[in-house]
Ligand binder design. Structure first.
Ligand code: FA5
Length: 373
């Protein structure tokens, strides 16, 4: 700001000359008119109306004028600033109206369109059931173990004590990826059960071994209501000193009660598997009728077909020959194993009548099970 000056004529101060004020005013008006959007207008406002703008600086010069000159200079600068302010407000309103109109067009939402055209997926109940089963065993101190789906014939059959001419080795039961090249060579198969993971787990660890092995398995079965060529099993293996069938039964009973309800019992029926001795088929008490439908035509039970028992899977004490193949001393250690199908369990747990529904990948099947995690 210039020093006060009594003989000072405002017209002589460069910044206050009428033509200079007019020029600054016109520059501001042109800048506002040229601003294409609100951001550009904000910049033009700072340049032409801000504290350091020419008209603001000219306004400050007025203070240094002699009193008689102040009024005239003040009027001139005031009118110019008033015009600039008005133009700014008008342009601001214009640009805001333009923006609002554009947003209405660009961000228009057609509320009549069908919503969720890409339906949200859902986790497959086979996956969530598998995870629940794993959780039961992890809580008991078991470790989750996995193995390859394309498996050496040795792990799938030989190490599990299947004789070379066992019918399961035939092409009509097993998908062969590569046949046996020589007499002592192992072929390659799509694993027909999760039991090869037993052998892998024993070879990978020192006893005691407590593993739960979930996984996909393959058989040359036709797809029908109760069979699929690709299905899931969970395998259980415990190797320790002094384990007996009682430990096996107690462990499975704990699983059954955790998944289906307190107080349920299990029963063993003799069976044969080459890799367990003795072997058994394990049934659980029907969790729906708890046996009350047996011999009671008034109260039939769909879940167990009024038999009172539901078949769960195969089990037994690990055959000493399998322990030897996996490098474990059968004199010191014993073990039990159990394997069952997850599709079958899902069927009786949720009244799914047709296994084909599980493999079709239709979200209308999976969605009612919810987004369980
Ligand atoms: C076995 O696979 C043995 N490895 C189980 C085992 C493990 C026995 C450990 C002893 C010790 P099995 O062939 O019975 O057993 O099959 C087990 C389960 O797989 C059956 O109970 C059934 O639930 C399921 N399963 C078999 N074939 C199919 C199929 N085609 N589709 C769906 N589930 C099947």
């Amino acid at each position: 700001m210039s020093a006060p000056n009594k003989s000072y004529d405002p017209v002589e101060v460069e910044a206050l000359k009428p033509e200079e004020i007019e020029r600054r005013r016109d520059e501001a008006l042109a800048a506002f008119a040229a601003a294409a959007d609100l951001d550009a207008l904000r910049e033009a406002k700072a340049a032409h109306m801000g504290d350091r703008s020419p008209l603001a600086l000219a306004n400050r010069e007025i203070g240094a004028l002699p009193p008689q000159a102040k009024a005239e200079a003040g009027k001139r600068v005031g009118m110019a600033r008033g015009a600039v302010n008005k133009a700014l407000a008008a342009r601001q309103a214009e640009l805001e109206a333009e923006r609002d109109a554009r947003v209405l067009v660009e961000e228009a939402v057609d509320v009549t369109l069908p919503h969720d055209r890409i339906p949200a997926g859902a986790r497959h109940p086979l996956t969530t059931l598998c995870e629940r089963i794993e959780d039961v065993f992890v809580a008991m101190g078991y470790e989750v173990a996995e193995g390859p789906e394309v498996e050496a014939e040795w792990f799938n059959f030989d190490a599990l004590n299947f004789e070379p001419d066992h019918p399961a080795r035939a092409m009509q039961d097993t998908f062969f990826v590569e046949g046996r090249q020589g007499k002592d060579e192992s072929g390659i198969v799509l694993r027909t059960h999760t039991s090869p993971v037993q052998v892998r787990s024993m070879l990978d660890r020192e006893p005691p071994v407590y593993v739960v092995c979930p996984g996909r398995v393959y058989r040359t079965d036709e797809l029908d209501a109760t069979h699929t060529p690709v299905f899931h099993q969970v395998e259980l293996l415990a190797i320790d000193e002094g384990l007996t069938m009682a430990d096996l039964k107690g462990t499975i009973e704990h699983m059954v009660r955790s998944l289906f309800g307190e107080g349920l019992t299990t029963r063993l029926r003799p069976n044969y598997f080459p890799f367990t001795e003795p072997s058994a088929e394990l049934d659980m008490e029907c969790y729906v009728c708890r046996g009350e439908s047996v011999g009671n035509p008034e109260r039939p039970c769909r879940t167990c077909s009024s038999e009172g028992w539901i078949e769960l899977g195969g089990c037994g004490m690990v055959n000493p020959r399998v322990l030897i193949a996996a490098g474990i001393d059968p004199e010191k250690y014993s073990g039990f194993a159990f394997g069952f199908g997850i599709e079958r369990m899902l069927m009786f747990r949720h009244n799914v009548e047709d296994m084909r529904d599980m493999v079709e990948g239709d979200v209308r099947f999976t969605r009612p099970f919810g987004m369980e995690i």
